[in-house]
Design a protein around this ligand. Structure first.
Ligand SMILES: Cc1ncc(COP(=O)(O)O)c(C=O)c1O
Length: 434
């Protein structure tokens, strides 16, 4: 486990998060339960924002709220002076209702609907990131009618193949996102958007993928993007004041992932800042306002999901299953891309592992697994287990599959806990049924 001040095993072998014992949280709020360490989120925001300021200067961290979106997280990151990246009308609406400043919002998406674009313009979203010709045309019409000159970026694809799971790579040549730089399609789109009366093209955006540890992937992205900025300057006299390099910084989930202390995460920003400063000087470019959009690394390790062990099934000489009271409806990441997790017995974390288990969810689906080949002490029905690093792409990817209730989210800080998202009820589930 990647221990820190706000995530540790105490002397009695109990997991503690944010100064609260996991068992006490389970008793008070029930299971399954998402627990979020607020201090960790705040620390990550301030480390990123400060490093960007110190190492680069003009720029903004825009928390990629697809990783974990609810009103409380927008309040927390806003209080830390961080902006937000959103990808849907629902995320815009949630941020808005949390009082988030819309000028600090960057709106992405490869197929934004008319309704979403209208909402973004009406609510004065700071930057809209275009991903198609028709989107540019539609947005221009909306802005013309509204008398708005909308700041936009274009999503481009620099062709960087990051070493991460295929489903979370986003900048290889056949990606569904962005215009390829290499094929010339990005250049054509830039000229198209430049011709639009009500779109103010500020620069370009790329995002090479997620859960990337290799610094050289980010260095490569900086160089491909600045080479392209230089080409645009030389060929068309276009100079962009903004560059958005997306997010994607890798975090610790399980053995095999680099264990980072909070301050180690600053390295990702430092390396990008250093490379970009060097590139703009060498290529004779204006130093752009730099936007970075980390999501996973701000909230991922902040999260722990607590489950109660239910049935235990032993298939002699084959497998030991532990069934928990959650599953793919609160964490679909194993089912999606065999994501790895660390599982610990939350009340007996100092006991020696005795058996190899597979942690199965309660959904009617064989692929409903949370983790495979986990070594734990002999487990019994009623035991509490904790799955670590579940703060990103868990709650935000949850569903009511099998009409299971989405677990509540509890924020912990300084030994206190409170709901960030209340528990669902069966009434919530049938609310919109006719
Ligand atoms: C455009 C964009 N920005 C930022 C992110 C955040 O990436 P991560 O959570 O890996 O930091 C994503 C994630 O897919 C993305 O698509």
């Amino acid at each position: 486990m990647n221990e820190r001040k706000t995530l540790k095993i105490n002397q009695d072998g109990h997991l503690e998060i944010g100064g609260v014992i996991a068992r006490d949280l389970a008793k008070e709020y029930g299971t399954p339960l998402y627990v979020m360490d607020q201090q960790y989120i705040e620390d990550m925001c301030s480390i990123y924002a400060k490093t960007l300021q110190d190492e680069y200067g003009d720029g903004m961290i825009a928390y990629a709220s697809k990783a974990f979106s609810c009103k409380e997280i927008y309040r927390i990151v806003n209080a830390m002076g961080v902006g937000a990246d959103v990808v849907s009308g629902g995320e815009i609406y949630t941020a808005l209702k949390a009082g988030f400043p819309m000028e600090k919002v960057c709106f992405h998406g490869n197929n934004k609907t008319l309704q979403e674009l209208n909402l973004a313009v009406k609510e004065k979203v700071g930057l809209i990131v275009l991903d198609s010709y028709s989107e540019a045309d539609i947005l221009n019409d909306i802005c013309k009618n509204a008398g708005v000159f909308q700041k936009v970026l274009i999503r481009v694809n620099p062709g960087v193949e990051a070493h991460t799971h295929h489903f979370i790579q986003t900048a290889n040549i056949d990606s569904k996102f962005g215009f390829s730089i290499v094929s010339g399609e990005a250049e054509e789109m830039i000229l198209h958007v430049k011709s639009k009366s009500n779109l103010d093209l500020q620069g370009l955006h790329c995002h090479i993928g997620s859960q990337i540890f290799e610094q050289k992937s980010f260095v490569l992205a900086v160089n491909k993007m600045t080479d392209f900025y230089k080409m645009l300057k030389d060929r068309h006299g276009i100079e962009f004041p903004v560059l958005n390099l997306g997010g994607g910084f890798g975090i610790w989930y399980a053995d095999g992932d680099a264990k980072k202390k909070l301050n180690d995460y600053a390295e990702y920003i430092k390396i990008i800042a250093k490379e970009l400063k060097k590139a703009v000087v060498e290529k004779g470019l204006i130093k752009p306002f730099l936007i970075l959009e980390p999501g996973r690394s701000i909230v991922g390790e902040a999260g722990v999901t607590l489950y109660t062990v239910g049935r235990i099934k032993t298939i002699r000489d084959v497998k030991n299953y532990i069934a928990i009271d959650g599953g793919m409806f609160d964490n679909p990441r194993f089912a999606l891309y065999q994501a790895k997790y660390t599982v610990i017995p939350a009340e007996r974390a100092k006991e020696t592992p005795a058996l190899k288990y597979t942690i199965a969810g309660k959904c009617c689906e064989s692929g409903d697994i949370i983790a495979e080949d986990v070594y734990l002490p002999n487990m019994n029905e009623g035991d509490l287990i904790a799955v670590l690093s579940t703060g990103a792409y868990n709650y935000s990817m949850s569903s009511n599959y099998n009409r299971n209730l989405i677990p509540p989210v509890v924020m912990v800080k300084d030994g206190k806990s409170r709901y960030a998202v209340k528990p669902q009820t069966y009434e919530d589930i049938i609310r919109n049924d006719i």
